[in-house]
Every structure is written in C-alpha cells, then in structure tokens.
Write a protein that binds this ligand. Structure first.
Ligand SMILES: Cc1ncc(COP(=O)(O)O)c(C=O)c1O
Length: 283
C-alpha cells in the first residue's frame, strides 16, 4: 500500500536523522552526550519503539499518527526531522514508559495524587495513564496557567479562556510570565490524559512560589515547576493532611533569567514578590 506523501517524507526525515546521529556518534567515539539517566531512558524507549515498528511489530499505542516506521532507504531527502512534540505520541509514550514508572517506583506505589501543567500534554498524559492503570484511585489533576483554555476543557468540556472571549480576542496570544505551559488547542498528546479535575494558577503565584522554593528548599526552578508546585499546594489544601502528592520539576531557573528572575521585568509587570511564606496561597 502506498503511504501518503507527508508520511513518506516524515519517515525519510526520520531515517536521515538516525543516520546523522550515527555518524556524529562515530565522530565522538560512540559517546553520546546525554546528561541524565532520565534522558537515557527516554531515548531508549523511543529507539525500542522505532525498532519494533521497523521489525513490523505493534507500537504500544495504536495510532495512525505514529511517527515511527520503516524508512525508504533509497531516499535522497535532505533536511531535519520534525519531531512534532505536540502531536507525536512518542512524547506521551516516553512519559508512560519512563516518568510514570519512575514515580511509581520512587513512591513504592504510595501516592494519592499527581498534578502538573501541560504544554504538549505529553507529561500529564503519560503519567496519568500509567498511574491510573496501576491504581485507579490515584487522582490526577491539571494545573493551568493564565490564558490557557485547558482548564475549561477539563472541567466543562469546552476549550475556552475568558481572555479570548468574543469581542475581547487579542491579536497576540494572552501574555503570561510562564513559558512552555498552557495552550488553546487540544493536542493528540493531551487527549491521552486521564484527569479528575483541574486548577488554575496565576503568574503572581508562580513567581512567589519560585522564591519560596529558593529560600526554603534551595531549589532554583523555572516557571513551569513553580506553577506545578502551586498546583501541588492546591491539591494538598483540597485533600487535607496525610496524602502524598506528586508533581514535576521540569525546568531550571537558569532558563528564566531574563523575565522570571529579572527584578526589573517583574516590577514592570507588577509581579515583584513580597510573600514571606505561602500566605499567597491562602484560600
Ligand atoms: C519549560 C517547560 N515546562 C513544561 C512543559 C510541559 O510539558 P509537556 O509538554 O509534557 O506538557 C514544557 C513543554 O515542553 C516546557 O518546555
């Protein structure tokens, strides 16, 4: 059967990227420069999936959007590989096969809730699916930043955010200090998530939380991680004492020096942190 052109091109690009990776690995004496065990795991999963498909075996998720497949060896296609992290379910699978099991292992299965914001949705989808399969009573929640429509999608089934209401629609996407989280469409990755509810967080809460984590825990994290921790406190407030709640610290503060950790930028946007504790999360 003849594959559609776009898919053939994606497969060709995939093959090319693999060849380039192989050649650069040779140039570094076979040493791949990955700096965490987690990344190693993710790469191994993706490689395994790709191998499975090339051997004609089934992919873990049955989807017509799988980007792994047998490539045209004779292709002369040039260029890079469009990973398409938003729609490519290899993203979801990496979290289903690595992040979810890592959380399960580290907590020895003793957790009550997981909460995280979504960009592509890969993390929340992979982790929530895995945890729910292990124990359906584990609650999984979305934490949504300003300007994102996902909160309403999860809680009301409608993709909507008041910042984009009719008559108010901005020319540019709604501005938020957070980066990499929040979106106004439902991605293929997000569709795989199994959620019990959603929370909303503000820019101010994220900024205050980042300073709280720095002062009290020695953690220098970026806006997504700070927002995730705001989510963890919200879930804790709702579940009450005696529960184990897991979230993800997915970005370092080093990537956020020009805005999130820039005093002048924060002052210009009325976001100078003032809290001494977590009082900014009082209900
Ligand atoms: C800095 C940052 N935080 C959070 C996320 C959200 O994770 P996910 O894309 O898995 O939803 C991303 C997305 O790539 C990101 O770049």
């Amino acid at each position: 059967m003849m594959l559609p052109l776009k898919r053939r091109r994606a497969l060709e690009a995939n093959k090319l990227a693999a060849a380039q990776r192989e050649s650069s690995e040779k140039q570094t004496n076979g040493l791949t420069h990955v700096d965490s065990e987690m990344l190693d795991d993710k790469l191994a999963v993706m490689q395994r999936e790709s191998n499975k498909m090339q051997n004609g075996g089934p992919a873990h998720v049955n989807t017509e959007f799988s980007h792994c497949g047998k490539c045209d060896v004779n292709s002369d296609s040039k260029g890079g590989f469009f990973a398409d992290q938003f729609e490519n379910l290899a993203n979801y699978r990496a979290h289903y096969e690595c992040t979810g099991p890592e959380i399960w292992k580290q907590t020895k299965g003793n957790l009550h809730a997981f909460v995280a914001a979504a960009g592509t949705g890969g993390t929340i989808a992979g982790v929530s699916r895995y945890l729910k399969e292990k124990n359906r009573s584990i609650k999984c929640f979305l934490m949504d930043p300003p300007g994102s429509g996902l909160f309403n999608k999860v809680t009301r089934g409608v993709m909507y955010t008041k910042e984009e209401a009719e008559g108010k629609r901005l020319k540019n996407p709604f501005d938020t200090i957070t980066e990499g989280i929040g979106i106004n469409r439902v991605t293929k990755n997000f569709m795989m998530a199994e959620l019990d509810g959603a929370y909303r967080g503000s820019d101010r809460e994220a900024v205050e939380m980042s300073r709280f984590l720095l002062k009290n825990d020695g953690l220098f994290v970026g806006s997504s991680s700070a927002m995730n921790c705001v989510g963890a406190v919200r879930v804790a407030q709702d579940l009450g004492p005696g529960h184990t709640i897991v979230t993800i610290l997915c970005d370092s503060g080093m990537r956020h020096l020009s805005k999130f950790f820039n005093e002048q930028y924060l002052a210009d946007h009325g976001l100078t942190p003032t809290a001494t504790g977590l009082e900014f999360l009082d209900k």
